[in-house]
Design a protein around this ligand. Structure first.
Ligand code: UD1
Ligand code: CA
Length: 462
């Protein structure tokens, strides 16, 4: 039977002091709730339901592309009530039901898989994740009988003084048996300190009926780290940064200072790649083997082939072949495709451009909306004038063309293969293959003019 995850994300998150819903805040470029959704999917969950309330429109539109179901919880009457709202949206669920919190983003797929497996194996009404906290204040406490079996969870605010010392806390992640969950939810009542429907009250209800409850102790307390403030957001980011970087280093990536490298969860990096400090890799980014990235580099939603060097540059929405050189201080924007062995050098901006193999744009250029063949050389200061104030136009440069320094290519325009443009030319007409096009006024030279001017100036001083 398929497993379903309910992700509770209706809470307000006042301590974030933000116009943005709490679960929309990003950790390493990914909204918190997305980390939880991804972990659930990787942990073997088939269907995901997100319970929204505060900032529901924003959360739902942020997740519009995801294959998830939304359940609205208009008033936040507690975690038990949030689950009731979710089950109203899904209807009957026969398989295991995992419950997770949208603001506990560090949960690992393996942990979710372990909860589901344990529930399937034991048939327990509930398998809950617990952890022994150095400071359990704020957590619901796990109460066990003399034999060590869990009998109840008591919320911190409802805890009698003699139980304050219990260090085993409820992490807030569970796997329920679907039918048992359905059968008992309507027995919850809000007669507690907070006047809420506590999901955690189900434990004592199950035990009273002789249903099985299993507790699983978390391997890693970090996984249960909840984010309620910006300080905790930064701490969670640090934990995830270290976790991700360690995995890459173990797989053969060098990071000279991993505290100064930020890699998003979806990024892949080939072995023997070296990443220098102040480098960020985000989104759908894939880096080949033996690349040298950074320092001071940001790469987002891009594919980089083997053996590339990217120094002090920004790369977004681009595809680079093998052995491409970028930077220092290049800006590769959406739609840049660079063939193997090509180069975008110092202070070069590229946008929506195809650059053929071995072609070079070494210095101080803007090339946008262009197709450049193979083995072309684009001189320093070349600009494609692609925008006429209304529309964008394309520039096409053939194989082996040589564009002189400071050429203005006024698009739409084509420069044939093997053609040459003279430095300083404004090229507005097509240039045939193997031709030279020069557009500049004839130089005038006045012998001795400068010396005479200096002399006149010195006389004036006297
Ligand atoms: C909950 C548990 C507690 C556990 C702790 C771990 C209950 C009653 N208590 O307490 O045992 O130790 O988590 O962090 O479950 N939410 C909704 N709708 C609501 C209420 C909450 O969607 O009506 C969501 C919140 O947005 C949050 C999650 O559920 O993502 C947990 O809610 P929160 O209020 O933080 O629970 P705690 O009081 O911390
Ligand atoms: Ca609460």
């Amino acid at each position: 039977m398929t497993a379903t995850a309910l992700i509770l994300a209706a809470g307000e998150g006042t301590r974030m002091k933000s116009a943005l819903p709490k679960v929309a805040h990003a950790i390493l470029g990914v909204p918190m709730v997305m980390h939880v959704i991804t972990a659930a999917r990787r942990g073997g969950v088939d269907d995901v339901v997100v319970v929204t309330g505060h900032g529901a429109d924003a959360v739902e539109s942020m997740l519009a592309e995801e294959a998830v179901t939304f359940a609205r919880q208009e008033r936040q009457l507690g975690t038990g009530h949030a689950v009731m709202c979710a089950l109203e949206a899904t209807g009957r669920i026969d398989g295991p039901v995992v419950v997770l919190a949208g603001d506990v983003p560090l949960v690992r797929p393996e942990t979710i898989a372990r909860l589901v497996d344990t529930q399937r194996r034991t048939g327990a009404a509930c398998v809950l994740l617990t952890a022994v906290f150095p400071d359990p204040a704020g957590y619901g406490r796990v109460i066990r009988d003399a034999a060590g079996s869990v009998t109840a969870i008591i919320e911190h605010k409802d805890l009698p003084d003699e139980l304050l010392c219990v260090a085993e806390g409820n992490v807030g992640m569970y796997c329920f048996d679907g039918p048992a969950l359905h059968a008992h939810l309507d027995r919850l009542n809000p007669s507690n300190t907070q006047g809420e429907f506590y999901l955690t009250d189900l434990i004592a209800l199950f035990v009273a009926e002789g249903l099985r409850v299993e507790a699983m102790i978390a391997d890693d307390v970090d996984e249960s780290y909840g984010v309620n403030s910006r300080v905790q957001l930064a701490e969670a980011t640090k934990v995830l940064q270290r976790r991700i970087n360690r995995e890459h280093m173990r797989a053969g990536v060098t990071m000279t200072d991993p505290d100064l490298v930020w890699v998003g969860p979806g990024v892949t990096i080939g072995r023997d790649t070296v990443i220098e400090p102040m480098t960020q890799l985000h989104g759908d980014t894939h880096i080949g083997e033996a690349c040298l990235l950074g320092p001071d580099t940001r790469i987002t939603d891009s594919a980089v082939g083997d053996g590339c060097t990217i120094d002090s540059s920004i790369v977004t929405g681009s595809r680079l072949g093998e052995g491409v050189t970028v930077g220092p201080r290049a800006y590769l924007r959406q739609g840049t495709v660079m063939g193997s062995g090509s180069k975008a050098g110092t202070s070069v901006e590229l946008k929506n451009v195809r650059i053929g193999e071995r072609s070079k744009v070494p210095h101080l250029s803007y090339i946008g909306d262009a197709d450049i063949g193979t083995d072309a050389n684009i001189g320093a200061g070349t600009i494609t004038c692609n925008y006429d104030g209304f529309r964008k136009h394309r520039t096409t440069i053939g194989d082996g063309a040589f564009i002189g320094s400071d050429t203005m290519l006024i698009a739409p325009v084509r420069v044939g293969s093997g053609a040459v443009t003279g430095a300083g030319s404004a090229i507005s007409h097509d240039v045939p293959a193997d031709a030279l096009a020069v557009e500049r006024t004839v130089q005038e030279t006045f012998e001795g003019w400068a010396a005479a001017r200096r002399a006149a100036n010195e006389q004036g001083d006297r």
